[in-house]
Design a protein around this ligand. Structure first.
Ligand code: MN
Length: 382
């Protein structure tokens, strides 16, 4: 790629970024995003990634992931600038002067997290978790940028040395994917897990991918519904096979279908139960498989009705029923909450802050950091 080509390519990416933010946030301050890009591009100029690409493609990629999560314009700007303090001459004061205290705080928070390595001795590791939690408690947007940063790095992990790849992949499985799960952002969690799985166990990954591809045709013939996302999640198939000692067929022959009802609020909730009634009238439910996460949501806010029925040809069919709003929460978790309720993104009285507070309480009660780490791990993996 020539310099001119590279610039044109970057310009396309900035336009794509602005367009994707505008799609969910029509009043977006386009000039702010362009300015953040220009500053990042200027600061990182001359730096290249291991792949040989200009470095700026990384913050751009991270900002695009943040846009897919429908994050606000300050977060998008901070995502573009997230490596500027760590990797360039620009300092925090300059950022504050140019972009204001909020964006500067976000960049500072991400920089602090970047300096934390999770690959030290256990004691140091616990201390690191603690710092991470403190950073999160201040503004959850910091952790969302960090998750997007990790996802972009995992997508380009092939350019790292073998040892570094394995280290990053383990860290992703142990820290970042559980964190995405805790925040209910399944879209990120699945991709992080699959990329880490592919890095750590390339042969098993290929095997499962192959088996899934072979089954795809008959599955799609049977159920002409939206099953995207679920079919790609190879790590969870592997995890179930490994942990529960099941065969691929036992797990994968279970065809899944999702029903999304259109109405919102109480009406939507009633429609969910209505749809479930119709399904159970049509196909016999399998005993013990009905779960009501609408009346009793999961810890990360996940809501849906789950059932398994004896579907066409008597084959087991797993069905999830949810409203569009519940669906957004299922895919984007805390990020969807920020979209629906702009007040919810900062320290307030929401569920997220309660969880962080609980962790902080555990923190002060446990004088031994190893105990704290154990508690935190249990909580993240629950
Ligand atoms: Mn980065």
């Amino acid at each position: 790629m020539t310099v001119v080509d590279a610039e044109r390519h970057q310009n396309d990416l900035v336009n794509e970024l602005i367009a994707s933010v505008e799609a969910y946030n029509p009043g977006v301050d386009k000039e702010l995003i362009r300015r953040a890009f220009d500053e990042a591009e200027r600061a990182h100029r001359g730096q290249v990634r291991r792949s040989g690409e200009p470095f700026i493609n990384h913050p751009l990629g991270v900002a695009l992931i943040c846009a897919q999560l429908h994050l606000d314009e300050q977060t998008i700007a901070a995502a573009l600038l997230h490596d500027v303090i760590e990797d360039t001459e620009t300092d925090l004061d300059e950022l504050r002067a140019a972009f204001g205290p909020d964006i500067a705080l976000l960049v500072e928070g991400v920089t602090k997290l970047t300096r934390i390595s999770f690959q030290s001795r256990e004691q140091a590791e616990a201390e690191n978790y603690r710092k991470m939690i403190v950073a999160m408690a201040q503004d959850v947007r910091v952790i969302l940028i960090k998750l997007a940063d990790r996802l972009h790095n995992m997508r380009t992990i092939e350019y790292l040395g073998k040892q570094k790849q394995a280290q990053k992949a383990r860290e992703t499985l142990e820290v970042y994917a559980p964190l995405a799960h805790r925040l209910g952002i399944h879209a990120l969690k699945w991709e992080l897990e699959d990329l880490a799985f592919q890095t750590l166990h390339p042969r098993k990954y290929e095997e499962i991918k192959q088996m899934v591809a072979e089954r795809r045709t008959d599955r799609e013939e049977l159920v002409p519904a939206d099953i995207s996302g679920r079919a790609k999640h190879f790590f969870s198939i592997y995890d179930k096979m490994a942990k529960k000692g099941r065969e691929f067929n036992e797990i994968y022959d279970l065809t899944a279908m999702r029903v999304i009802v259109e109405r919102k609020g109480d009406e939507g909730t009633r429609d969910c139960y209505g749809a479930l009634g119709l399904i159970h009238a049509l196909w016999k439910p399998m005993p013990g498989r009905f779960k009501d996460y609408v009346a009793m949501p999961k810890f990360n806010g996940y809501r849906a009705l789950h059932t398994t029925v004896f579907g066409p040809e008597g084959r087991p069919l797993e069905i999830q029923v949810r409203t569009r709003e519940m669906h957004a929460t299922a895919e984007y978790g805390v990020a969807a909450h920020m979209l629906f309720n702009k007040q919810g993104r900062k320290q307030g009285d929401d569920e997220w802050t309660t969880w962080v507070k609980q962790l902080m309480e555990v923190d002060s009660a446990e004088s031994d950091p190893r105990e704290f780490l154990k508690t935190l791990r249990t909580d993240l993996f629950e």
